[in-house]
Design a protein around this ligand. Structure first.
Ligand code: SF4
Ligand code: SF4
Length: 357
């Protein structure tokens, strides 16, 4: 039987009370509530946006979800993991401070923000998956400890995966520091010397000091590189790039395996709400102001991360004749994570879209 994915048209420009009503309606119609029972401690996975980002999800998109869960007798908390790169989400202290600065306070949302993988990203639980790349994957401890998860995703493009959607939010977003390092391991980018101006932005931002300057040209020391992709995203001269053919495929498969690790701990206790609004070409980890590259589409809800991401791409193609991945990174195939996700049992590409009116 096809997976059901529910869809409601929505735009960031709508009044706050309309957005709230639509989110509540989507939650109710999609029957997401069946994942959450009274007294469940529910992790609401989100991305607060790196410092400088103005297009990430805002607190008023999360507040209605917290309210529904609280009304059901649950104990919801907002959560995410620390990141590898330098920035304001690199450790739990700075991460929580930034969450508050971006308005994700108890007063604004009704729930506290708890970092899922601890102070420095080392609180993890190994989950057995027995897949091609990994037999076990390290998942953020509080994602495993939570009784249930509501994974809230903001759809963007992504420099290595093409699509930064539900699977990526789940797989990379809930892996501990070790998991993120595994996902990126052995995939160093390359510098196109002719384009490099020697500005050193990449060297200053590189989280593992893997870039040195030689004759005013950036050089990546492969043994030190953790393949995070930050230098690619930050270089304004297109002087750094992944070896697209191999990098994207390997990374997407590794992310899908980590996503499977999360879902394995939450049988019938995980739901997904995915927003196709403010869709920027690059993801919310980029420390800069970005502009959406597509008009807003709406929000989706379902129980299957593969089906939800397939619907993301299909709806966008139907409405805009393109999607955020193909518009921003035409050389990357974003469906690898979906097809591989189906192969390993993360979800199904076969879905039925139900519009909520
Ligand atoms: S950011 Fe780009 S142009 Fe600047 S040093 Fe690095 S590779 Fe060269
Ligand atoms: S991908 Fe670039 S920024 Fe990231 S560790 Fe490697 S050299 Fe540094």
């Amino acid at each position: 039987m096809s997976e059901k994915v529910y869809y409601i048209p929505l735009s960031v420009d709508e009044p706050g009370d309309t957005i709230e009503k639509k989110i509540k309606k989507l939650f109710k119609r999609s029957n997401l509530g069946k994942c959450f029972e009274s007294r469940d401690v529910v992790g609401i996975k989100l991305h607060i946006g790196e410092e400088g980002v103005i297009t990430a999800l805002r607190p008023h998109f999360i507040k209605p979800l917290v309210a529904i869960l609280r009304k059901s007798g649950c104990h919801p908390f907002l959560t995410d993991t620390n990141v590898l790169y330098k920035g304001k989400r690199n450790n739990a202290v700075d991460h929580i401070l930034l969450a508050h600065k971006h308005g994700f306070t108890i007063e604004n949302t009704g729930a506290p923000f708890v970092v899922a993988d601890g102070l420095i990203g080392r609180n993890e639980v190994e989950v057995e998956i027995n897949c091609e790349n990994y037999k076990k994957v390290p998942i953020a401890a509080e994602a495993v400890n939570a009784s249930a998860l509501l994974v809230v995703t903001h759809v963007t493009g992504h420099i290595a995966c093409g699509l930064g959607g539900t699977i990526k939010n789940l797989g990379m977003g809930f892996s501990s520091r070790k998991g993120k390092l595994h996902q990126h391991a052995n995939l160093p980018p390359e510098v196109l010397e002719l384009n490099c101006t020697g500005c050193e932005v990449c060297r200053r931002w590189c989280p593992s000091d893997a870039i040195v300057m030689r004759n005013n040209i950036a050089v990546i020391i492969e043994e030190k590189c953790i393949s995070c992709g930050e230098c690619i995203a930050l270089c304004r001269y297109d002087a750094v790039s992944f070896k697209w053919d191999s990098t994207s495929e390997i990374l997407q498969k590794r992310i899908a395996e980590h996503a499977l690790g999360v879902t394995k701990t939450k049988k019938d206790k995980i739901g997904f709400v995915t927003f196709m609004i403010n869709q920027t070409g690059e993801c919310d980890c980029m420390p800069k102001k970005m502009k959406p590259i597509l008009p807003d589409i709406g929000a989706l809800a379902g129980f299957d991360p593969v089906a939800v991401d397939k619907a993301v791409l299909d709806i966008s193609q139907r409405i805009h004749k393109t999607d955020v991945s193909r518009s921003a990174f035409p050389n990357v195939d974003p469906t690898i994570q979906l097809r591989y996700g189906e192969k390993i049992g993360l979800g199904s590409l076969d879905y039925r879209l139900i519009e909520v009116v």
